[in-house]
Design a protein around this ligand. Structure first.
Ligand code: AHM
Ligand code: MG
Length: 337
């Protein structure tokens, strides 16, 4: 079919996933069926987000999640929708979410259950009530060799380099799904008129250098001193121009800008969060995977994020992610060997 808005053919995310599935020989459709659970859930979440001011869905639920954070009603809705949609996929054996203390076993006993999905249902949820972009992040892992159905933690405690797919959806001025199965990064904008994700950003490459750094500078008094020096360096012009700053406070949206425009996003260790604030498994790992797939880099301050062996599901990590020029300079300046 030709695209009525341009001369390019229309490619839906389902068509694209079916093509990508050739990378998973023997998967006989199970992988595309799994990903369709994510596209379905995120369409439902975006519909709720879009109508948030009109329904009784804004504000706090009153409960505290495993991170010690107050749950928003939309956090809970997004979590329930993802669990519901993904539980219907027989290929999934384990689900782990920011909102649940422990990973969930689904389809106990099914031999077809080969995948674990780890997700943050609504990242940046403090921005919901003020109409600022939020998102969903996800990471897909294969069941490790010999992992039993009684040991769901083993399914998900794998380094990010083992992700077989990862991505996110930003609920912003439009809704965009960005994902990779290890063969480049592709973006699909939701056409709200027809309810389909349409390929809008094929083969995204992160520019080798950007104009902005992105960090919560209010905490800079408690950053490790080299981070503060590095940020000054970005402002000084030694990298060819004086950087400006952009910080949304939703990692997924800050990362999306960094992916498309280049630059650097940092969440360093702080006095309150000595290991950083972001969660390794379902926040740092998906964006690190996408950054590398798009030609960028992601480190925890010293190590490649994707090499970190997690030892707990909700473990936090500092995150420094972005373009090659900024990351190479960070490594030289902040962590010389
Ligand atoms: P959340 O998953 O509870 O929404 O928290 C994670 C969010 C990230 O999206 C964002 O980068 C960070 O928290 C912002 O934190 P801060 O307000 O400390 O800058
Ligand atoms: Mg989050």
């Amino acid at each position: 079919m030709s695209n009525p808005h341009s001369t390019k053919p229309i490619i839906t995310v389902q068509q694209h996933i079916l093509q990508e599935q050739r990378r998973f020989p023997g998967s006989s459709g199970e992988f595309s069926w799994l990903l369709s659970g994510i596209t379905m859930a995120t369409k439902l979440i975006q519909a709720k987000v879009r109508r948030a001011g009109l329904t009784d869905i804004l504000g706090e639920q009153g409960d505290i999640n495993v991170q010690g954070e107050v749950q928003q009603k939309l956090d809970i809705y997004a979590n329930e929708v993802l669990v519901h949609c993904l539980s219907a996929r027989e290929s999934i054996g384990v689900l782990a979410s920011e909102e649940n203390e422990k990973p969930m076993l689904v389809h106990k006993g099914s031999e077809n259950a080969n995948y674990a999905v780890v997700f943050d249902p609504l990242d940046g949820s403090s921005n919901i009530d003020v109409n600022v972009s939020v998102g969903t992040t996800f990471s897909i892992l294969r069941r490790p060799e010999g992992a039993s159905l009684n040991d769901p933690e083993k399914w998900v405690l794998q380094p990010g380099s083992k992700q077989i797919a990862a991505g996110y959806v930003v609920y912003g001025s439009s809704t965009i799904l960005v994902y990779s199965v290890g063969d480049g990064v592709h973006g699909f904008t939701l056409d709200p008129a027809v309810g389909a994700y349409i390929l809008s950003h094929p083969n995204i490459r992160m520019p080798s250098q950007g104009k902005y750094y992105s960090v919560n500078e209010a905490y800079s008094d408690t950053f490790p001193p080299r981070y503060v020096e590095y940020i000054k360096r970005l402002r000084s012009g030694v990298l060819g121009h004086k950087y400006g700053s952009r910080y949304i406070g939703s990692m997924v949206a800050d990362f999306h800008r960094t992916l498309l425009k280049g630059g650097i996003f940092l969440y360093p260790p702080t006095e309150t969060n000595t290991e950083g604030k972001l969660r390794l498994l379902y926040e740092a790992n998906p964006v690190a995977f996408l950054a590398e797939q798009a030609g960028g880099m992601a480190i925890d301050g010293t190590r490649r994020v994707l090499d970190i062996q997690p030892d707990s599901i909700h473990q936090r990590t500092p995150l420094v992610v972005g373009s090659r020029v900024e990351l190479a300079d960070f490594e030289r300046f902040v962590c010389p060997s």
